[in-house]
Every structure is written in structure tokens, then in C-alpha cells.
Design a protein around this ligand. Sequence first.
Ligand SMILES: *Cc1c(COP(=O)(O)O)cnc(C)c1O
Length: 362
Amino acid sequence: MEETLIYPLPARAWLDVSIAALRGNAAELQRRTGLPLIPMVKANAYGVGVAGAVGALESLAPLAYGVATVREGEQLRELGIVRPVVVFTPLLAAEHERAATADLTLALGDPDSISAWARTGKPYYLAIDTGMNRAGAPWRDLTDLRDVVRKSPPVAAFTHFHSAESDSQSSQEQVARFLDAIAKLGVEIPLLHADNSAAAARGVGGRGRWGAIRPGVFLYGVGRGLGLDARHVVSLRARIVDIRWIEPGDTVSYGATYSAKRRERIATASVGYGDGYPRAVSDRATAMLHGRRIPQRGLVTMDMTMFDVTDVPCEVGDVITLIGGDGGPELTVEGIAGLAGMSPYELLTGFAERLDRRYLEG
Ligand SMILES: *Cc1c(COP(=O)(O)O)cnc(C)c1O
């Protein structure tokens, strides 16, 4: 993170997004694998902000961008993106026209959908399911697919690992199923890929056979101990809007779950679960204030969260860092998510629209 933090914004709460770290994470995966990127920027780039994310990634010349909905694809076009944009979620046929108008590429595995989409003349990626049982053509039986794929060949084919972060053996099994399915189709497909962040970082996939990687979460700073460590990207910050002294026995927030044992100075930060700071961390989290850790007190409310600042001189308007760095120890996305019993993906994608996103080059 940057050394000196200045907060020129009037904002009550915001995300600081390090563009350099995001780009660095992407470049590192690209360098390690020697493969071009299909960065996943679905769900507003995992909550980080899609405009900033593609701004950071464009200079790496990605092969395509991955999204989950037609609307997300349209947003990339509105941002001026002219590269292929792939929708990796099955669409209803009723959405095809809108998807074609935005010049999107679909990920398809169902013969009827492929026939319907082929009429638009737009490209598609063939989705092969090798164990997720979520979407894509089931690897075991591709007989229904063969004719339609020969008639309308895909520009790429892919599969998706279910346990890439923990289980190399299941990933190898999925690779074998995928390559077997492709061979059985008997169609030349110019681009094959499978690796998500964990597979790319650990090198568990079918290196040598792939023409691209599809990283998501690693780009946004989540992924440690996978052979590669992601640099921290997102910090959640909020201003102190109220400070008061409470007496022993006084309680804080709804339900009075916290009761003070001493005279305490309580600061209210203008951020809550309505911004995506998880309520489940209530009475257990710490945050950073002027480089020091402060304990969180009472239930996190929708718009405000209270902290014990007895030991840290501060005033209204000062900035509390709830996730990320403040010149002191870092509060990681994984750490806060773990405390909340959430996945880091869920924490990131839960950041609300009402948070400003500030993109920092540092
Ligand atoms: C979301 C997604 C990815 C990225 O997964 P990460 O674990 O975030 O790297 C890759 N491929 C597909 C099909 C996805 O839906």
C-alpha cells in the first residue's frame, strides 16, 4: 500500500483500490503461466469496480473479458471495451438478441442453445462440464452435441475446476475428462482453457494444452499460499462521525450485546452492513486507526459501526480502515471474511454500490 494516505474525499465510506496491485497480480499470473488472460470481471469486478478493473487490465492486452450477465457485458461496451466479452453463465434464448446486439460471446453447452445462437452469427465458447454439475455439456455424453458443434464450431472450449485451491488430483481428473470429451467431438477447437485463479497460481491445470487462463479473485487480492501471493488490492475505509465517552456497565448498539467494563471512548464509523461490512463480525473484529488496532464494539448496524478508541487519540472526520492497510498491520479480505464465516468472494462481491470507489495508482 501507499505510504502516505490522504483523504481529499468528502465521502463517508469508500473503497481504495490499488490499480498497481491489481495490474501486478494479473501480470504475475500471466508471467508465471506464460498464457494470455481472460480476466473475470463479473459482479462489478468482484465488487472492486469494473471501470477501475478494466482500466488496470487493458494495458496487459487480455484475450477477452469474462462476465456473468448480458448487462455486465453491455457495461463493458459502454466503457469502450472492444475486445471479446464472454458471458460465462447460461442465458435464456430470450436474451440472445440483446447479447448479440452488444456483440457478446456466449458460453454454451446445450445443443438447442448453440443452434439458436448460431443464427446470430456471433461466436461462442463451448462449455464442457467435468464435475461441477452446474452448467455446460456433461462430459460423459456428448452424442447430442457432435452434429451441432461440427456445423457451428466454437471459437474456444473450456471447463471449470471445482476444487483447484485444494485438490490437485480432482483437477487432473477434470482435465482428463475435458480433453477426452474434446477428442471425442472430433472438431478442431483453436483455444482450450480451464484454469481459474487457484489453478493458475498452483499450476495444477493442463499446462501446455491451454491457450489462456481465467483468473478472477487473485486479481482482486485474494490468494495466498498457492505458490504465488496476491498483492492486497482493496481497502475499506470510513470516517468517524461521532465520538463519546461511556461509563462501566453502559452498552453499545442494538441488543446491548456489548457492555463496557471500564470508562471507554466510543467512535462511530459511518459504515455498516448496508455497505457490505459483514454484521457477522460484530464484537469480534478489529480495525485500524492511525496505524493502531482498535476493537469493534456491539452489533454492526446497517449504516454505522462502533469502535473502542480509548487508547488512540482521534477526532470526528478521522479515517478508520476496516479492511486493508493503514500503515500498520493489514486486515486482509480473507481474515475479515473468515471472522464472518464467509468466503472471501462473498465479502468482496458484497461491497455496496453506495461506497465510492477510489482508484489509486500506488
Ligand atoms: C468466476 C469464474 C472464474 C474465476 O474464478 P476465480 O476462482 O475467481 O479465479 C473462472 N471461470 C469461470 C467459468 C468462472 O465463472
